[in-house]
Design a protein around this ligand. Sequence first.
Ligand code: PLP
Length: 428
Amino acid sequence: MIYQDTLQFALQLDEQDTLKSFRNEFLMPKHNGHDAVYLCGNSLGLQPRSAKKYIQDQLNAWEDNAVEGWFMGDEPWLKYHKALLAPLSGILGAKQTEITVMNSLTVNLHLLMVSFYKPTAKRYKILMEAGAFPSDQYAVESQAHFHGFDPKDAIVEVAPRAGETTLRTEDILKSIADNANELALVLFSGINYYTGQFFDLEAIAKAGHAIGAVVGFDLAHAAGNVPLKLHEWDADFACWCSYKYMNSGPGGISGIFVHEKHFGDKSLNRFAGWWGYRRDKQFLMAPGFEPENGAEGWNVSTSPILLMALHKASLDIFEKAGGLQALRAKSETLTGYLEYLIGEVNKKYGEEVYSIITPADKTQRGCQLSIVCRRDAKAIFNYLAANDVVGDWREPDVIRLSPVPLYNSYADVYQAAESLFKALDAVK
Ligand SMILES: *Cc1c(COP(=O)(O)O)cnc(C)c1O
């Protein structure tokens, strides 16, 4: 698309946008008494307008049925999670049996490593990207300790080349091959939270399997953002959170994927609980854990119905919007427009004051652009905030802006770029 640097052009794109009505399904936060330009869906997705009703329905069911709500009413809680599986299977590219929802993300990462990180004296290393999300780093470190290894030795990080900010796929694959005999696990994020780089997960899975390692993904920034094909790509396991691009509320319920090829594997360790027990015999309360077939066998605790209701409110909107393929088409144009406008700001200013470190290749990114500010970065960020543009700040000099196709408009993007330009005057 040939973009233009005018508000009129942005409004024209909004007019033609077949997904434009979905903005109205979400509640825009207020800034100075009017709607903010919210470009922070990478951190916390917006509240669906319907969320209160979904919660209220479950509060009503609790009021009316109390404990019998597990079995009766319009949506018996025992089966409530089942309604989430169809939309999630589309978003993750997985069979419904390969997915379940439970706990929160870091907890799930630990539980999955209990099953899938099975180090031996010789094959004990974990390969991950340098600069992974801190919680993942802490989780992996503590898992290495737990198994009696020194994290400094057990964790292999793949870093960008000198002078580069993102990873080359060839370097990831080479690092896997270089550690062929020692890697127990390859654990990568789908999209790096800092740079916004979307990794070639299929190639990583293939390379990891070729040397005999298990391959898992943390999809916190990828789920609901970019199309995924976990089953086809042959990931062993994956986990994600629902409160970023899946708009399911702060601390919302997380989800996991376990490839069906592992369902019958009795050698996998699990930290089990009664909610992962065979559903047909769950309430016989018999001794001896027998897992439900499929990812559900990893469930531990009683379904948090209110969190699931919030998740359902949002997933139903994804379904109405036609799923991720439809959203992705708009996302590419929308983020492409922000990229173009930032280029125009640099031109008007006469130098590259804003450098985008997110890959320019659309197949290597989702909604997010990470922008290094070459002037007083913090002051620029504060200017944006004071002028109703909500992005987020990463030390030392990065602003992340993420136009989300479900609720952001081209006019939002235009306004953000205008503020980036005006900020330069303000901080001179
Ligand atoms: C957001 C995010 C988390 C957060 O984990 P919680 O357990 O939900 O706090 C973890 N890992 C990655 C990669 C993230 O992007």
